[in-house]
Design a protein around this ligand. Structure first.
Ligand code: AP5
Length: 214
């Protein structure tokens, strides 16, 4: 197993770049945010435990997160290439990921830090709209659907994530600074951190990541 990490503040474009990379590579997208939202929607035990943390913009406890990631990795093929999005988010998660990768005889090749100024982060999050049916992500006004409120791909209804309201967004940004930014130093010391200017278009950001990986 080989892995890369997309690290960045809420709204940095991790999910968008991940989807763009999936189209050009064999990387498997593993987003803890998406896994948790699916668990909340299906009302599983993990979802019920995670819901209140997510609604408040707080981190879900490490043991829950590491449990779902380990399960996902153990179910994957030995030679798969994984792209983490939104994981790890604490030093404890990073250490446990190192252990899990070691157990699977895999390695972490790159940690891409997507750098975006705070005013753009807020603008990206507040304009995000998601299709209820297929999960496609839009942005008003950066990437609007042809017909307002309707998904171009499947005709589904577009909605705003419950944690994308102003108060929760500000807390998510604070939580990133307080708990996740420490990972920058952690991976810099391992010599695998790559800083990427992600204030550009999603395609330009994707190409910068691909250039580093080639
Ligand atoms: P998660 O789903 O991971 O959210 P996040 O990190 O806050 O990141 P976002 O999804 O908000 O942003 P993104 O960087 O993916 O941006 P996107 O590409 O969508 O986590 C949600 C919650 O789950 C957390 O708060 C926590 O409670 C919990 N959680 C998840 N993982 C956890 C973990 N490991 N540990 C503990 N708790 C965890 O882009 C945003 C918008 O901008 C979109 O509308 C997009 O169209 C637009 N956009 C993107 N790129 C560009 C561009 N280049 N130009 C113009 N517009 C762009």
């Amino acid at each position: 197993m080989e892995a890369i990490i997309l690290l960045g503040a809420p709204g940095a474009g991790k999910g968008t770049v991940a989807e763009a990379l999936v189209k050009k590579t064999d990387l498997q997208h593993v987003s803890t945010g998406d896994m948790l939202r699916a668990a909340v929607k299906s009302g599983t035990e993990v979802g019920n435990k995670a819901r209140s943390f997510m609604e408040a913009g707080e981190l879900v406890p490490d043991d829950i997160i590491v449990g779902i990631v380990r399960e996902r990795l153990e179910a994957g093929a030995d030679d798969e290439r994984v792209m983490f999005d939104g994981f790890p988010r604490t030093l404890e998660q990073a250490r446990l990921l190192d252990e899990a990768i070691q157990d699977l005889k895999g390695y972490l090749t790159h940690v891409f830090l997507l750098e975006v100024p705070k005013d753009i982060l807020v603008q990206r999050i507040s304009g995000r709209r998601i299709c209820r049916q297929c999960g496609a992500v839009y942005h008003v006004p950066n990437l609007p659907p042809v017909k307002e409120g309707i998904c171009d791909k499947c005709g589904g209804e577009l909605y705003q994530r419950p944690d994308d309201n102003e108060e929760t967004v500000l807390n998510r940004l604070k939580v990133f600074e307080e708990q996740t930014a420490a990972l920058i130093n952690y991976y810099e010391q391992q010599g695998i951190l790559v800083r990427v200017d992600a204030a550009r278009t999603a395609d330009a950001t994707r190409d910068a990541v691909l250039a580093e990986m080639s």
